[in-house]
Design a protein. Sequence first.
Length: 226
Amino acid sequence: MAGSIRICLIADNFIEDFAKCVSSIRSYSDVPITIFASGKELASYQERFKDENVIFQKNKLGWGHSINYFLNNSSEKYLVIMDPSTIFTSDAITPTLEQLDKGFQAVGWRGGLVNVDDQWRSVDDKGAGEVDVLFSYFLALDRQFALSAGGANPSATYYRNADMELSLALRAAGAKLYQIDLGLIQERHHGYHDSDPDFREKKSKENYNRILEKYRGRSDILSARR
């Protein structure tokens, strides 16, 4: 089963924390890992992670383009989009594969239901079960289905809310999404806490505004309320 899935990580310049993430995966799984590193990071990542597949990209791509690169340039049935702040504390791959093989097109560690009473401006975490959106701390995708749904929006240069946009695009294409409890923890999220605040807020707002414009009011794409 493990041969049907690959973990995809985007390098974040914090190599020691990144190494802890990779080490935690290797403690519980031999699943293949692809690391996407930009030119200035490539040499250090290639040296540090010789046994992993490090993809070189001369110019750093935004989040949406990076996700689509993974989708288009992998051969596995399933891909896990995972943030380097996420740490394995047990095998997270086997239970994820079990849910994917039950017919879900996306399975993730954190997510929730769109709060329609709040005019789609927030998401409620209802725990394990079918959901509207999943977050990219640990997000497993049926690769071909994600491609057929259009993949990630190339306009999403920053991850925040872009994973929600991808989730709703999957739902609009008929996907079922499942939130699962896994043996994972999150350490410092450099993509959020160590990014430029003005850039972070500007890009997050742009991503969410696209969600509201494209999907707000489309109750037909939401999962059952619970």
